[in-house]
Ligand binder design. Structure first.
Ligand code: COA
Ligand code: AMP
Length: 627
């Protein structure tokens, strides 16, 4: 069947189409209902279990000896292969340890771990007993962890003692202790994985070591849950400082992710799949952990960086050594490799013959990077577009169905499940080739979010209210006459730094909390390596005696301390005034245009155009525009 036939079949009968796809999931009781009446929840009355579909079913089907996880950690010099049978035992034991301490159906468990296989075991163990996990990325600081603990209200936390970044060990445990101290909600207990690089001090009566927690416990069987039972909550950045808890229900998640492995990533069960991301992001949830395991693949988990661990050949070594068939990463990683090794000399000696395709997502894939990757790897490079909320690709090249011609710079076409439209401000559809807000006609497919955790109103205001009958993605772009989508920009204050989605609103809250800051703005400016970098502008309170240099250093340190190193906030300048409209709205776009060296379109409503000259001078002191 061609892509056009498959898309048409889905569009003609979305519920029937997904119901048929649901036949590939193992259910204790198959669903009678495809979609709930409110159009939010898929397979609500089907009874199933995530861990069973990811692990146990494969053992039962004879894949017990197949590698489920290959862990490759150049930062520790260690590697480990875990079979499906072994993974089942590990999940059952940890699930038993959680259950023995009272964790059960619907309880939340926060996971704060580095890129070690125990992170996947922790996620799967939670789903095994119907507990809802919420993984927090290790690059977030105590304050951000505390915010998530207060929103998710976990019964337990599972954490690693440390993470390992090139050149430094990041002590996770003090961050966890600090977060629990700040949070109003207190988890009952913490399970701590002690790593060789740095052991953590345990809090008596609250913390229990990973192995000790599992000693003597009865391994837990899978607990059958309803299809609409939340599998996990994953917090992501929005316009305001408070993160949004994206809810992922169980049934649709299994069905949609399983489908994507075949139709988008074009792999067969048993093949090796690698997503070079982090478990803290949606890519890590969907394509390091769940999808490859649902589909009976071997997933590679890499604890390292594209460069410097030890060199820009690390990705090639992993692909060759483990026989990766399909590879997924963010364009930033390729920009980093290309910068260090423009002629790809580190490819020499690596057998890349089993690699069939490279998939890029998480940020805009610039044509230069795509061309370079295609040239050096000699395989198709597929850009694809999705977000935390969608859980799996919305627009991509359906290579597993039919590889469509690549138009460099476009993530290709809408995939079955997604009715992608480009709308004007009034919600009317834009003609082909014209820019607008990218929206999705409701209902959303299985695997996508039905709501935000504890925030139904915010769900409506963030996604549904803007265009009735549609989900507003927050991205702007156009669809061309061949039906290819082009993503141009965000329509909100979210920026994308090295494939990491960050909120400038959150950074502004931190800047504003500095006692000497009167007003502030944070914008995303173009960066050749990371795509975007945050740049802050502050005005100072009258009578401030601290010097500008010192204030700037304090602000940089404050963002690192409050949000974490992942914010990559290093650029900040002190200005006399911020450019504003006559009604007082800060002209962030003009500041971005100045820093990017783009044509500055002077807004008609600007209060005082001379302020832009001062901004230009200050930005030049920071080394911008770059070219
Ligand atoms: N725990 C603690 N700190 C972390 C961390 C983690 N899990 N992940 C990143 N950090 C820190 C980094 O050490 C760095 O700290 P520094 O300011 O002291 O140097 C900071 O957060 C910023 O990290 P990052 O943006 O990753 O920059 P980098 O300079 O370390 O690496 C790249 C640059 C391009 C190599 C890296 O961003 C990369 O591999 N990107 C791939 C994109 C990706 O995987 N995206 C995920 C979504 S698909
Ligand atoms: P996240 O939720 O962290 O996955 O970030 C999702 C956002 O990243 C999207 O809404 C886009 O703004 C951006 N994004 C993801 N994939 C792409 C892509 N292929 N091209 C352009 N932008 C992308």
């Amino acid at each position: 069947m061609s892509y056009a036939d498959v898309y048409a079949a889905w569009k003609a009968d979305p519920q029937g189409w997904w119901m048929e796809e649901a036949g590939r999931t193992d259910w204790q009781t198959p669903p009678a209902t495809a979609l709930s009446e409110d159009g939010r929840l898929w397979f609500p009355d089907g009874i199933t279990n995530t861990c069973h579909n990811a692990v146990d079913r494969h053992v039962a089907a004879g894949r017990g000896d197949q590698a489920a996880i290959i862990w490759d950690s150049p930062v520790t010099g260690r590697k480990e292969t875990i079979s499906y049978a072994d993974l089942k035992d590990r999940c059952a034991r940890l699930a038993g340890a959680l259950a023995a301490r009272g964790v059960g159906l619907g309880d939340r468990v926060v996971i704060y771990m580095p890129m070690v296989p125990e992170a996947l075991v922790a996620m799967l163990a939670c789903t095994r007993i119907g507990a809802i996990h919420s993984v927090v990325f290790g690059g977030f600081a105590a304050h951000e962890l505390a915010t998530r603990i207060d929103d998710a209200r976990p019964r337990a936390v599972i954490a690693g003692s440390c993470g390992i970044e090139p050149g430094r060990v990041v002590a996770y445990k003090p961050l966890l202790d600090g977060a629990i101290e700040r949070a109003a909600h207190k988890p009952e207990f913490c399970i701590i994985l002690q790593r060789d690089a740095l052991a953590a001090d345990l809090v008596e009566g609250r913390d229990v070591e990973w192995h000790a927690a599992q000693e003597g416990v009865t391994p837990a069987p899978c607990v059958w849950v309803r299809g609409d039972h939340p599998c996990y909550i994953l917090y992501t950045s929005g316009t305001t400082g408070a993160p949004k808890g994206v809810v992922r229900p169980t049934g649709g998640h299994i069905v949609a992710l399983n489908w994507s492995m075949r139709a988008v990533y074009g792999v067969a069960p048993g093949e090796v799949f690698w997503a070079a991301s982090d478990v803290g992001w949606v890519v890590g949830h969907s394509y390091i952990c769940y999808a490859p395991l649902f589909h009976g693949n071997t997933t590679v988990m890499f604890e390292g960086k594209p460069v410097g661990t030890p060199d820009p050949g690390a990705f090639w070594r992993v692909i060759a050594e483990h026989g990766v068939a399909s590879f997924f990463t963010a364009p930033t990683a390729f920009r980093a490799i290309r910068k260090d090794d423009p002629r790809a000399e580190h490819l020499a000696g690596h057998d890349m013959s089993r690699l069939r395709a490279l998939y890029l997502a998480g940020e805009r894939a610039d044509p230069d990077t795509i061309d370079w990757a295609r040239k050096v790897l000699g395989v198709p490079v597929y850009d694809h577009w999705w977000q935390t909320e969608s859980g799996f690709p919305m627009v991509g090249n359906p290579a597993g169905i039919e590889a469509l011609p690549v138009k460099v710079g476009s993530p290709t076409v809408a995939l079955p499940g997604w009715d992608v439209r480009v709308l004007d401000d009034q919600g009317a559809e834009r003609p082909a080739g014209e820019l607008g807000a990218i929206a999705l006609r409701l209902p959303l497919p299985p695997g996508s979010l039905p709501t935000l955790w504890n925030a139904e109103e915010r769900f409506a205001s963030a996604y549904l209210d803007r265009f009735p009958g549609y989900y507003n993605t927050g991205d702007a772009g156009m669809v061309d006459e061949d039906g290819y989508l082009w993503i141009m920009a965000r329509t909100d204050d979210v920026i994308n730094v090295a494939g990491h989605r960050l909120s400038t609103g959150l950074m502004e809250e931190v800047l504003a909390s500095h006692p000497d800051v009167a007003e502030c703005a944070v914008v995303g400016v173009a960066d050749a390596l990371k795509g975007q970098l945050p740049m802050g502008f502050v005005t100072l309170q009258k009578g401030t005696e601290t010097g500008e240099e010192e204030i700037r250093a304090q602000i940089v340190a404050l963002v690192r301390e409050r949000i974490g190193p992942v914010a990559a906030f290093k650029l900040v300048t002190v200005v006399d005034r911020l450019p504003k409209t006559r009604s007082g709205k800060i002209l962030r776009r003009s500041m971005v245009q100045i820093a990017d060296g783009a044509e500055v379109k002077m807004p008609a409503t600007i209060d005082d155009p001379a302020i832009l000259d001062e901004i230009a001078l200050k930005v030049r002191d920071l080394g911008y525009p770059k070219s």
